[in-house]
Design a protein around this ligand. Structure first.
Ligand code: PGA
Ligand code: ZN
Length: 430
């Protein structure tokens, strides 16, 4: 037995940013090092993502996680005990085999992802290095370009607007810290504009301003105004990124934009988005069409993939197999990486590798239900995932991530320099 051998696994119930129960797992190694991690939770989930185990019943709206915690303390701990925490691949293989289901529904993706991440934290602690350093591979660690929410909508704001995330990316920033500076100015300017227009209604689930707009387009217009009011140049310095999350309002090729009062077919939806791409400084669109509309996604990518990044979240669910299939179909040109959609760090890594193999860009992503856990930032920095999305630049569970990025920047050999503009899909198309 070495110092890095897993000695025990402890699960406990903790709370997420929506006041819902979630799973924390703590892994202790033979040499005394410990690591812990907390599972996040989505609200607009892809139907093929790994499933969180929830207890049902009356307590906490059926969202309690007693069974998942019991699994961590029992079966999972027993199976992992004796494994070397340095060998993440082996630890994750044991977790996947032990669960035995394709969707992680037996032991729960919440129990599994918290365990998988806690193993990595424990190994890093044993080696006395930060997690990003432990996860870093030969390609070199670097901080990602932040993608930050300014207005929240969709399932995260009682569907006040159909589009879920109105975000900005500081595409002209050279360093991670500079990207946050610029975004904070845009966030503040947006807040002032909302207040002046009498539209200020607090914040949505991920910390973005709560939208009170007449239409989805009004939000886009307000976002451009906010960028300009912050003294920044749209496109050159700060660009718009949308997560349409179209699976939330589209099914079988029909899209019901409740807020705009119209229903569109797949091509109509594409045209609407294409019109926005033409009129607003948009560089990235996530889930422009539903997860069940791969043909539509392929047509959309064919039409606009040269001009903007098209990110697959609900359709690709952090799956290596799905990103390979999507590439064959010509759907999307980037993937969102959410470790809990896959269930283990190794499966998330496989999706990242598969994306690189087919020439897709990647965006590491937190969930709308979050905690103080910062694993996602370490993962992005260590693996060199070029973009990171964790919600807004407000609310502690979001700032925990951005602030951790600032600390990592100080320790990185490149000081937090961002990937060059030309390496991104929108940079390639000038
Ligand atoms: P979710 O939303 O965490 O609620 O699924 C995030 C996203 O759709 O990207
Ligand atoms: Zn999404």
């Amino acid at each position: 037995m070495s110092d890095t051998t897993i000695r025990s696994v402890t699960g406990r119930r903790v709370w997420d940013s929506r006041g819902r129960p979630t799973v924390e797992v703590e892994v202790a190694l033979a040499g005394g090092a410990r690591g812990r991690a907390i599972a996040p939770a989505g609200a607009s989930r892809g139907s093929a993502e790994a499933i969180d185990l929830r207890d049902g019943g009356d307590a906490f709206g059926g969202r309690d996680v007693a069974a998942a915690v019991t699994n961590a303390n029992g079966e999972i701990g027993a199976a992992l005990s004796g494994t070397d925490a340095i060998d993440q691949t082996e630890a994750d293989r044991i977790l996947v085999d032990l669960d035995g289901t394709a969707d992680k529904s037996r032991l729960g993706a919440n129990a599994l992802v918290a365990t998988s991440m806690a193993v990595a934290h424990a190994a890093a602690a044993a080696m006395r290095v930060p997690l990003w350093h432990h996860l870093a591979d030969t390609d070199g660690a670097a901080l990602p370009l932040p993608e930050i929410q300014i207005f929240g909508g969709g399932a995260h704001a009682a569907r006040r607007v159909d589009v879920q995330d109105f975000m900005v990316m500081a595409v002209g920033a050279v360093e991670f810290a500079e990207a946050l500076d610029w975004t904070a100015e845009v966030y503040r300017a947006a807040g002032e504009l909302m207040a002046e227009a009498g539209l200020s209604r607090g914040t949505a689930d991920e910390g973005g301003h709560w939208p009170e707009f007449e239409s989805n387009e009004d939000a886009l217009g307000m976002l451009v105004q906010a960028i300009e009011r912050a003294g920044l140049q749209p496109v050159e310095q700060v660009a718009i990124s949308l997560d349409v999350a179209a699976s939330e309002f589209g099914e079988n090729g029909r899209y019901r934009l409740a807020h705009d009062g119209r229903e569109l077919d797949s091509d109509g939806m594409s045209e609407l988005l294409g019109n926005w791409i033409g009129r607003f400084p948009i560089v990235s669109v996530e889930d422009p069409l539903g997860e069940d509309d791969i043909a539509g996604l392929a047509r959309f990518t064919q039409a606009y993939g040269e001009r903007v990044q098209i990110v697959g979240d609900d359709a690709l669910v952090t799956s290596a197999a799905r990103v390979t299939d999507a590439a064959q179909a010509g759907a999307c040109n980037a993937i969102l990486l959410k470790p809990n959609q896959a269930g283990t760090l190794s499966e998330c890594r496989a999706a990242f590798d598969a994306a690189r193999d087919v020439g897709y860009d990647s965006v590491a992503s937190a969930r709308s239900g979050e905690t103080e856990d910062t694993t996602i930032v370490h993962l992005a920095a260590g693996w060199g995932v070029p973009q990171l999305k964790v919600g807004s630049i407000a609310h502690g569970e979001r700032t925990a991530k951005w602030n951790e990025g600032l600390r990592i920047a100080e320790a990185l050999p490149n000081g937090g320099r961002l990937p060059h503009r030309s390496s991104f899909p929108w940079g390639k198309c000038g």
